[in-house]
Ligand binder design. Structure first.
Ligand code: FES
Length: 245
């Protein structure tokens, strides 16, 4: 699998509340995604420099995240600021968690998995979105894409209509039926699993509640169909439209 580049989705914004943290895996790399209590999202290497505990098991206090194991505290730049066992120690600047460039757009948290900001804007940014869900599918991303290219999505505001698939970028796909559009951030987890972070491109006044339930049900059916038809090898043929619909 080719390593993803540019802005890569790591979580749905609505799933990481202020003061919370979660682990993600991108192409085999472990990432902690956390949000400080002022609301800013961060993505770092998911490993404490002390003894390697996952930072995603830690707890957030204000603009710091503390490791679960021995309580070392790191500020938003990843710099260790406090070691409980040595409260008077001036912590060396070398004790630092690698941090990654992070942004939020379209209801999704994105990271470059490096300290460099990607040159391109996050593709396909829209004005208003309604969060839907993150979907973990036991299939390679290429198989899911091939399937979606011929899938039929039941619209919400216009149930009938041709479904149009578009790959805005490797990490961003859209599915459109009539006035309804799903915006899908594609996170390759490993060669056999992909996370899809899905939002509805449209206002919550239209889609919150019934609209979210409508597309969430369809996505769950899609996931089961994908996994039932998943190839042993990533190069197998995609499913047909009829199998997905
Ligand atoms: S492993 Fe994180 S503080 Fe010890």
């Amino acid at each position: 699998m080719t390593a993803p580049t540019g802005w890569i989705p790591v979580a749905l914004s609505s799933e990481i509340e202020a003061g919370a943290s979660a682990g993600a895996v991108v192409d085999g790399r472990e990432v902690v995604v956390w949000r400080d209590t002022s609301g800013v999202a961060h993505a770092w290497e998911d490993r404490c420099p002390h003894r390697g505990m996952r930072m995603s098991f830690g707890f957030v206090r204000g603009d710091h995240i503390a490791c679960l194991y021995h309580g070392w505290q790191y500020d938003t730049a990843g710099q260790c600021r406090y070691i409980p066992a040595h409260p008077d120690l001036d912590v060396p600047q070398t004790i630092k968690v690698p941090t990654y460039a992070t942004k939020e757009a379209n209801g999704i948290i994105w990271s470059t998995l490096s300290d460099a900001v990607a040159d391109e804007a996050t593709p396909g940014e829209t004005a208003e979105v309604t969060p839907l869900r993150s979907l973990y599918v036991d299939c390679p991303a290429a198989f899911i894409r091939e399937t979606l290219e011929s899938a039929s999505m039941p619209g919400f505001t216009e149930p009938e209509g041709e479904t149009i698939f578009a790959a805005v970028a490797d990490s961003v796909w859209t599915l459109t039926t009539g006035e309804d559009r799903l915006y899908i951030g594609v996170q390759p987890v490993n060669p056999s699993q992909t996370a899809l972070h899905v939002v509805i491109a449209g206002p919550q006044a239209t889609y919150a509640g019934a609209g979210q339930a409508h597309f969430s049900t369809w996505l769950e059916t899609l996931r089961r169909s994908l996994e039932d038809g998943a190839p042993e090898e990533a190069t197998s043929a995609p499913m047909t439209t009829a199998e997905v619909a």
